[in-house]
Design a protein around this ligand. Structure first.
Ligand code: SF4
Ligand code: SF4
Length: 414
């Protein structure tokens, strides 16, 4: 694709990066078929190729048009188009540059800007999140109140602790995340126990802060980068050196694995970002080695885009569960994304609900007892659309393992 970008519209680094990405697109359209918004709306402007043209126009004319904002806002950042692109077009990087430019040039109305600011601030306050989710958990105990809640939350568990007997256990740093820590604290409790069975000791990160995804993907690049830099230094100071850094929320994991692209050569933290990122793993990557057996049951696996397209770990959860003795049921036909996509379900409720319904139908086609996923956003979004219990796969695995170990509790309580 030929380009002639406006040299004053973007900062020099963004301009050069955007130009390289735009030129790598050969407009073949292989990316369009797998795009959930294109499949749902049938409008070329809601396809990756259409959005690339909209971004090119924005960067060449130096003007942000309302239609461009609308179609770019509808993008889920699911990265399915990147998986299907034979030319390796870094679409998400291009979209992020465009979203940053839209914010910087204040191309939205006041109400929209205020709403997005509120989201960034509200979700960034971990104390507020914890209080809100604890209140929701308390309300969930009362059936009359529970049906008014948009999400169903399990009570916090107190599982028996596994004692590690190895004299020098392998250690990992386990990230708590922001929303997951508040909404589903059972997930990391389960991860901790599952790892302990294999003799792996979990070390928590003191004063862990946000990975930066929230601010960055909402277009506030300066705040997103500041979040990333803060977490980088926190992780560098958190011992033990060289231990794997484990994320159990695939949305955070994909952001962390992307850090080197935000700290290019010449940045004082370039080397640190490279070293820390090399240690990041999604928790499912540890369970190829650390297998566990559980009582069989029928489970549908939802694979978040951030795990499949984002981290290329699309089959790992199914493999781990199958290896553990769980019957993973087939899914019906479905679009690539469930519509959660970070803050998308709040900002684009109609499209998010349509995608949620599509995914729930696919997941429940073969009547599973439980649905599992690997990301807190997807868990809450899908959970609001079905009565089938939905858990993080690690939580289910540990619950089932516990049930198998204590014959007194053969039926886990979801
Ligand atoms: S598949 Fe890749 S090269 Fe082809 S139109 Fe889509 S982004 Fe461009
Ligand atoms: S990131 Fe997802 S929604 Fe956005 S253009 Fe690509 S495939 Fe479509």
């Amino acid at each position: 694709m030929k380009t002639k970008l406006d040299p004053v519209f973007l900062a020099p680094a963004d301009l050069a990066r955007a130009d390289t990405i735009l030129r790598s697109c050969v407009h073949c359209g292989f990316c369009t078929d797998g795009c959930p918004t294109y499949q749902l709306l049938g409008d070329e402007n809601d396809s990756p190729r259409g959005r690339i043209y909209l971004i090119k126009d924005m960067f060449e004319t130096g003007q942000v048009k309302a239609a461009q904002v609308t179609h770019l806002d509808r993008c889920l950042s699911c990265r399915n188009c990147e998986t299907n692109c034979p030319s390796g077009v870094a679409y998400t990087d291009l979209l992020d540059i465009a979203r940053g430019a839209i914010e910087q040039h204040q191309a939205r109305g006041l109400t929209s800007r205020f709403g997005r600011w509120l989201l960034r601030r509200g979700l960034g306050l971990s104390g507020l999140l914890t209080a809100a989710f604890s209140l929701a958990r308390q309300m969930g105990r009362w059936p009359g109140l529970a049906r008014h809640l948009p999400v169903r939350l399990s009570p916090k568990r107190s599982w028996r602790s596994v004692v590690i007997t190895q004299p020098t256990p392998q250690q990992v740093l386990l990230l708590d995340g922001c929303v997951q820590k508040a909404a589903t604290p059972n997930v990391n409790l389960a991860v901790e126990q599952l790892l302990a069975v294999s003799g792996v000791e979990v070390v928590r990160v003191a004063k862990e802060s946000c990975c930066g995804a929230l601010n960055y993907h909402l277009g506030d690049h300066a705040a997103g980068l500041a979040d990333m830099r803060r977490l980088l230094h926190t992780l560098a100071a958190a011992g033990p050196d060289a231990a794997p850094i484990v994320s159990s929320a695939s949305g955070c994991g994909v952001t962390l694995k992307d850090y080197p692209s935000h700290f290019p050569m010449g940045d004082p933290d370039h080397e640190l970002a490279r070293r820390i990122t090399a240690r990041i793993v999604d928790v499912v990557e540890l369970f190829g080695e650390h297998a566990i057996r559980v009582a069989p049951m029928r489970v549908a696996v939802h694979t978040p885009c951030t795990l499949s397209s984002g981290q290329q770990l699309g089959t790992n959860v199914t493999d781990v569960l199958t290896q553990a003795g769980i019957d993973v049921v087939a899914l019906g036909p479905h679009l690539a994304c469930c519509g959660s996509a970070g803050t998308y379900s709040v900002l684009q409720p109609q499209l998010a609900t349509a995608l949620q319904a599509n995914m729930v139908t696919a997941l429940t086609t073969h009547s599973p007892e439980v649905i599992v996923t690997a990301n807190i956003g997807c868990q809450m979004h899908l959970g609001a659309g079905t009565d089938v219990p939905i858990l993080h796969w690690a939580e289910l695995l540990w619950q089932q393992h516990e049930a198998l170990m204590s014959a007194s509790d053969p039926k886990p309580d979801f």
